[in-house]
Design a binder for this molecule. Structure first.
Ligand SMILES: NC(=O)c1ccc[n+]([C@@H]2O[C@H](COP(=O)([O-])OP(=O)(O)OC[C@H]3O[C@@H](n4cnc5c(N)ncnc54)[C@H](O)[C@@H]3O)[C@@H](O)[C@H]2O)c1
Length: 453
């Protein structure tokens, strides 16, 4: 048993202690279960089966929506006929399905958690109990209490020598890794400001629950609309760029000051703002200015930049991949608005650019995880994933309350959005209920100041 001081040291306290090597008991084949068979879960399963360092097989699937399960199964089976062995009796459909799917694995196999973020902690809890390695999508938590829970579970997973990947795939992008090395080398000097933009044509809206569909099922299907399910578009969409900028700065911001508003939500019953503008403050006073917008007819941008005392850098160019990372002399970074502007026009200020084409980081994150599993390398991204999720929550809460929110305030904020998420039943009530006006509660900055709704 580790002392409290030992626990505070995290994984490093375990260095040198012999831990059981958990991987693919009795066979070289790593079995995989997919929990949450939507777009990303299916993509992750494909990436997992594409890793070439040893045999792997998809053996179980879990979801709550039959159509999602069926289309996911068909897609993966079409591409990997010999690596998919999921007969109907190992395709599970219910809130308990994640347990059934994990029960089909052996210690050392891998479970993919691709459900909406709210379900991460109970599913991770069960995976640890079963001795499974885990790949979980981001965000891994949506509020203070679930952050603390995930941090504790992450430590427990390390004590069992489980390998855990978190879907902040940009951290595995070779172009961003090379940029990070060059920034540490001093090639743009000290970072004094960063900017990031995730501006698109919409997202996170929700129509009223259709007749014949349960409110819970509707909220889960539209999880970006509801803070309990996903942390909203802020957490779900913006986390990557907040994380990649913080990585380049080698620090987490200590406070956030933010604003935003609901201008054109119309009849949508969601809890998001149309616009978010956040100032994140790092320990040395450096700022990250993050702008998010979900609005039709406005200019799109999906990019992240760092400005240093000797030059500047592009961390993301158009979307997450390819990164097309670059370093410029001085501070003049040309706008790249769309792919028609590629390849880049000659620029006398361009000091370095990562060579194209790039392999997708969605594949690298799986190559790295499977390498750690097969070769028993320390690998647990939960602390970083929980902190990134928490920092996203901090910016979101600052915008939603109209207050400055610090890292410690967010971590210790007692408002848990869905305390009973591990006990939900298909026909039971949803964590968020309509008010007397027939609408769900929304953030009201300056009015609701110590909780988001
Ligand atoms: N890393 C990335 O770039 C990236 C990209 C997209 C999505 N994601 C993340 O992946 C997760 C899923 O997003 P998505 O776009 O695939 O959504 P999706 O709606 O396509 O998939 C979610 C799936 O989970 C199922 N599900 C919901 N609750 C469940 C439960 N309790 N038990 C079992 N199954 C359940 C849904 O029916 C659905 O099939 C989110 O956390 C999202 O942020 C990450």
């Amino acid at each position: 048993m580790l002392s409290d001081a030992g626990k505070a040291l995290g994984i490093s306290a375990l260095a040198g202690i012999a831990l059981p090597h958990v991987h693919a008991a009795n066979s070289n084949t790593i079995q995989i279960a997919l929990v949450g068979c939507g777009g990303r879960g299916t993509g992750a399963a494909i990436n997992a089966l594409s890793v070439t360092n040893g045999p792997s097989k998809l053996v179980a699937m879990a979801d709550v929506v039959p159509a999602k399960m069926n289309s996911s199964y068909d897609k993966v089976k079409t591409q990997f006929a010999n690596q998919v062995d999921v007969p109907p009796e190992r395709r599970f459909l219910s809130f308990e399905a994640f347990r059934n799917a994990m029960d089909a694995l052996k210690p050392g196999d891998v479970v993919i958690l691709g459900t909406p973020p709210a379900f991460r902690w109970p599913q991770f809890r069960y995976a640890i109990d079963k001795g499974l390695n885990v790949f979980m999508e981001k965000p891994v938590c949506v509020d203070g209490p679930t952050t603390k829970r995930m941090l504790a579970l992450g430590e427990e997973a390390s004590r069992k020598n489980l390998k855990v990947g978190v879907g902040l795939m940009v951290r595995h992008c070779r172009a961003r890794q090379e940029l990070h090395r060059r920034i540490q080398d001093g090639q743009i000097g000290e970072i004094i400001a960063m900017r990031a933009y995730r501006m698109g044509q919409g997202g996170g809206t929700s129509a009223p629950t259709p007749a014949g569909v349960s409110e819970l099922s509707h909220q889960i299907r539209n999880f970006h609309a509801f803070l309990w399910a996903s942390g909203g578009v802020f957490s779900d969409y913006y986390i990557h760029q907040i994380d990649e900028c913080s990585w380049m700065k080698n620090a987490w911001p200590v406070e956030a000051h933010a604003m935003g508003g609901r201008h054109y939500r119309g009849d949508s019953l969601d809890q998001n703002f149309d616009t978010y503008s956040v100032q994140y403050v790092y320990p040395d006073g450096t700022r990250l200015f993050f702008d998010g917008r979900n609005m039709k007819g406005c200019r799109d941008e999906f990019a992240s930049y760092a400005h240093g005392t000797k030059g500047s850098a592009v961390i993301s160019t158009l979307v997450h991949t390819p990164g097309m990372t670059r370093i410029y002399k001085g501070q003049k970074i040309p706008w790249i608005n769309n792919r028609n502007q590629l390849p880049f026009a000659p620029d006398p200020n361009l000091a370095w650019a990562f060579p194209q084409p790039e392999t997708s980081p969605y594949q690298f994150e799986w190559d790295d995880l499977m390498d750690a599993i097969r070769n028993d390398k320390p690998y647990n991204e939960v602390k970083r994933g929980a902190e990134a999720s928490m920092v996203a929550s901090m910016g979101r809460m600052a915008a939603h309350t109209g207050q400055i929110v610090t890292f410690d305030q967010m971590l210790n904020c007692p408002h848990e959005f869905a305390p009973n998420v591990d006990k939900l039943t298909m026909d039971g009530p949803a964590p968020l209920q309509l008010g007397p006006d027939g609408r769900y509660p929304v953030p009201e900055p300056g009015i609701k100041t110590d909780r988001e709704y």
